[in-house]
Design a protein. Structure first.
Length: 103
């Protein structure tokens, strides 16, 4: 079985650690929100995705990309990558934060 990886996918794979760092920044930002304890896991996950999109141009240096590369198609690819590779990570972070600070 052959796996074909597009240039965008290859680029994202090389930047996996940078993406994880951006995910962590988003989680920390959302955790600082006073209403954190009211967020369901799915709402928390959606907020993380939204925060990544909102702040991606500020974090472009982490991914080593230029601002002109960041468009809707780039974000859709990034969003899919985050959903495919970070869902469990984001959900476990949510559960740990809820257990520690909200219960």
């Amino acid at each position: 079985m052959k796996i074909i990886i597009t240039e965008n996918q290859n680029s994202l794979i090389r930047r996996y650690q940078g993406i994880k760092e951006i995910v962590d920044w988003s989680i920390n930002y959302i955790f600082e929100d006073e209403d954190f304890c009211d967020l369901t896991p799915q709402v928390f996950f959606n907020w993380v995705l939204r925060d990544i999109k909102d702040n991606l141009t500020d974090a472009d240096w982490v991914l080593d990309i230029s601002d002109d590369v960041i468009d809707d198609n780039f974000f859709k690819t990034l969003e899919t990558f985050v959903k495919d590779h970070f869902t469990d990570y984001i959900m476990s972070k949510h559960d740990k934060l809820m257990e520690r600070w909200c219960l």
